[in-house]
Design a protein around this ligand. Structure first.
Ligand code: SF4
Length: 377
């Protein structure tokens, strides 16, 4: 079994009641079968609270009217930990914000950007992220689930992802160009899959590896630097947010800010965008933030295309998410007159909460990106 994780992975430590937010509100926390059995059989002074706080039919913790977990107290501490000890937590709570993607013989661990502390570790890391690999002799407990695992496609995807990493981390080029380039690569690889030409993927990946600026085809990408084209793209795609379930009420404000801004037209947008770009050019953290954000999405989702063949939407998911996160940060800048790394991280973790922590949202967004936007010019 191979285990992969980013070099900062072990730097995370939960700050509990010092956290500017909590991860125990806003979404349903599902309980794994083993923990559920333990809770059902628990005998002790906390058993009454457990019985009241758990929905044993749905297999999740109940929530109050503010969508806070029934175990969360007013100081944002977990009553289950306080009364039963940390080792009694269910798998979801024990792991969060650690996230795992599983493939045959491989587990890839990441830190979810939806936790503010993890977002800070990931997004402020000046050193380009490296992925460390360990091998151990553990049996793969999931071996039966991978009967149809497509090793050939997976190997191509791993190679392609290595090249995408090189492009995204090429600091000699503007981030927008790197974003456009990986879209073009994703689109070319998707065409191979659609046309059943998996063997061509290596040739395309090699061309990008050799010189990505020459291999890049702008016709198969989005124009992200010209404010007028960018405005059109935002206008065309923003409505997808109306199709997503709202996890937190305060997210509406961010969406409404964007809606109001877009309603003022292309010229207004172009002016705001120019001011914003000028300001970001004075911030050393900005290109690092963008690069790390994109790397996090590519690392977490790209190889998942082995399960659904949607290579293009895996790349678009990262670029689209970064595009709108940047827009929401721009709106914050125009409200406050400044851009801070803290504000960027705040918007990023809140975006990821809305999108990543709802399977419905993640699937709807990916479906939209794949079906609506896979239309190379
Ligand atoms: S969001 Fe992160 S830091 Fe905050 S309580 Fe949850 S795990 Fe801890």
């Amino acid at each position: 079994m191979r285990t992969v994780y980013p070099h900062y992975y072990h730097d995370f430590s939960c700050i509990a009641d010092k956290c500017p937010d909590t991860c125990c509100a806003g979404w349903l926390i599902m309980i794994d079968d083993e923990s559920m059995e333990r809770y059902e059989q628990y005998v002790g002074s906390f058993s009454g609270r457990l019985e009241k706080g758990i929905d044993f039919n749905q297999g999740c913790f109940k929530q109050d009217e503010k969508k806070r977990c029934s175990m969360l107290n007013q100081d944002n501490l977990c009553n289950m930990i306080l009364n039963m000890g940390e080792n009694q937590l269910c798998k979801t709570c024990k792991l969060y914000p650690r996230h795992v993607e599983e493939f045959e013989g491989l587990r890839e661990w990441s830190l979810s950007l939806s936790c503010p502390v993890a977002a800070h570790i990931v997004l402020s890391c000046e050193e380009p992220v490296r992925f460390l690999e360990e091998r151990n002799e553990d049996d793969d407990p999931l071996i039966d689930e991978f009967d149809d695992f497509d090793f050939l496609l997976f190997t191509e995807l791993e190679d392609a992802r290595d090249v995408i990493y090189r492009i995204v981390q090429d600091r000699s080029q503007p981030v927008e160009l790197r974003m456009q380039c990986i879209l073009s690569l994703g689109s070319a690889l998707q065409t191979c899959v659609e046309e059943n030409r998996i063997s061509d993927m290596q040739r395309i990946v090699s061309a990008y590896k050799e010189d990505w600026t020459s291999a890049f085809d702008p016709e198969e990408s989005w124009e992200l630097t010209d404010p007028a084209s960018r405005y059109d793209l935002l206008q065309e795609t923003f409505s997808v947010f109306d199709k997503l379930e709202l996890l937190r009420e305060d997210w509406k404000e961010i969406l409404n800010g964007e809606r109001d801004m877009l309603a003022k037209g292309a010229d207004h947008y172009a002016k705001l965008r120019r001011d914003f770009v000028k300001e970001t050019e004075t911030k050393d953290f900005w290109p690092v933030f963008l690069e790390n954000y994109l790397m996090s999405f590519v690392y977490t989702y790209f190889c998942g295309a082995v399960y659904d063949d949607w290579i293009d939407s895996k790349v678009m998911l990262g670029v689209f998410s970064l595009l709108f996160t940047e827009e929401f940060i721009m709106n914050r800048y125009h409200e406050t007159g400044k851009i801070t790394l803290e504000d960027c991280e705040n918007i990023a973790y809140r975006y990821v909460r809305e999108v990543e922590h709802s399977d419905l949202n993640l699937n709807a967004l990916e479906e939209y990106l794949h079906a609506v936007l896979f239309s190379p010019a």
